[in-house]
Design a protein. Structure first.
Length: 406
């Protein structure tokens, strides 16, 4: 059970530099020059003509253009640097010229794009120097030392200095590319408020979808299971009534029908209990800490349980955590081939952290049919997160974090 997280992506960027990233660093300087010229032109013309009727419309149009440039730069960062920069929300259409101007001038995303175009220039200057200038200087130092040979000691020092310069180039380029990623992620992506709104909208949609899916499942279970059993009970009771009215029938037939009705009633009650437990598990009546031993005891592999949750979370959080743990333990039993597993539940500040680990074969992925995608969506509905690590040779570790309070 693993996913490529932002931390793993950063570690991957830290280990190697892709050829496309080198091209990005080399081509960045002319792009940043175009960007800074555009920003200065928009600000100069808009400010110079701000006292006339043309100034504010030109400034608003220039800010809309900055949005377009920001999207183009974000696509380059995604394609060449591998940084998943999300696109900000598009501007809302507004009727009327004055409202369009006011909307453009107050567009925080456009102003952040303008700031990005300004800050790119010094970073690109350093990037071009680190990518082109410093390697050329190092190679020239080595070649000059080998050709001129002014002496063993001076020549050796020049060669060593050139090699040292070349050795620091990858680290310098990597650091500057990381600065580019940070700028793009911070200024070209959605703001914190926009991201929060997106997260809440997605969580609301997920919660509604899950609620509708659960409701349909309960409806099908009631229709196909419990209703059919109740119909069978009614038929059996009808046959029993007929047997009681017929004095010629033996009493054994009546007793058999009553026993069948009782068996069918017990089955219907058990089915109803199963449905109710799927909606609101009775094991959670005393809290998640008391419910976890029951889950681990029913797992297909031996599970070592450790809990340190002195404060009881909200009932909604406990319910989500309960079903997530049940899903993880089911995945371990079905897919991992593990011999043992462990479950640690801790209260860390305002977060409930649950760590599930097994010694199985690993290599699981979200969306690979293991139910982990639905688990992540269930967690997102309450601002929870899922961190997964499952190398192909195992072991598999899943860490769930949920807020204690909604």
């Amino acid at each position: 059970m693993t996913a490529t997280t932002a931390g793993e992506t950063a570690r991957t960027h830290g280990r190697r530099i892709r050829p496309a990233a080198i091209g990005y660093a080399c081509a960045g300087l002319p792009l940043s020059l175009v960007g800074i010229v555009y920003v200065l032109a928009v600000l100069y013309v808009g400010g110079l003509l701000s006292l006339t009727l043309l100034g504010l419309p030109l400034l608003a149009a220039g800010l809309r253009g900055a949005r377009f440039l920001g999207r183009a730069h974000a696509r380059m960062v995604r394609a060449l640097l591998g940084e998943p920069v999300e696109a900000p929300a598009p501007p809302q259409p507004v009727p009327g010229v004055m409202r369009w101007i006011r909307s453009g001038l107050s567009d925080a995303t456009a102003w952040r794009c303008m700031l990005y175009l300004m800050l790119r220039l010094p970073v690109d200057v350093l990037g071009f120097a680190a990518t082109v200038g410093v390697p050329v200087l190092g190679v020239w130092s080595v070649v000059w030392a080998l050709i001129s040979r002014p002496g063993l000691l001076p020549g050796g020092a020049a060669v060593l200095g050139g090699l040292l310069v070349l050795a620091v180039v990858p680290a310098a380029v990597r650091g500057l590319l990381n600065v580019h990623r940070l700028l793009a992620r911070t200024l070209l992506g959605p703001s914190a408020a926009q991201q929060r709104v997106r997260t809440l909208e997605w969580a609301r949609s997920t919660a509604l979808t899950e609620g509708a899916r659960t409701l349909r499942q309960v409806e099908r279970d009631l229709h196909d299971g419990t209703q059919a059993q109740l119909v069978a009970i009614a038929i059996t009771l009808s046959l029993t009534a007929d047997a009681l009215d017929d004095e010629d029938r033996p009493a054994d037939r009546t007793r058999t029908l009553v026993a069948r009705a009782r068996t069918q009633t017990d089955a219907a009650i058990a089915e109803l209990r199963r449905l109710i437990d799927g909606i609101s598990p009775a094991a959670l009546d005393l809290g998640l800490v008391d419910a976890l031993p029951q889950l681990t005891a029913q797992a297909g592999v031996p599970v070592t349980l450790r809990t340190n949750v002195p404060e009881r979370p909200d009932p909604v959080i406990e319910r989500v955590a309960y079903f997530c743990v049940a899903e993880l333990l089911t995945n371990i039993a079905k897919h991992s081939g593990a011999n043992r597993a462990s479950l640690d539940a801790d209260l860390v500040g305002d977060l409930l952290r649950i760590r599930v680990r097994d010694d199985g074969k690993g290599g699981a992925r979200i969306g690979a049919g293991s139910g982990l995608l639905g688990l992540r969506e269930r967690l997102a509905a309450v601002d929870g997160t899922l961190a997964l690590d499952s190398p192909p040779s195992g072991p598999t570790t899943a860490v769930i974090e949920l807020p204690v309070r909604i």
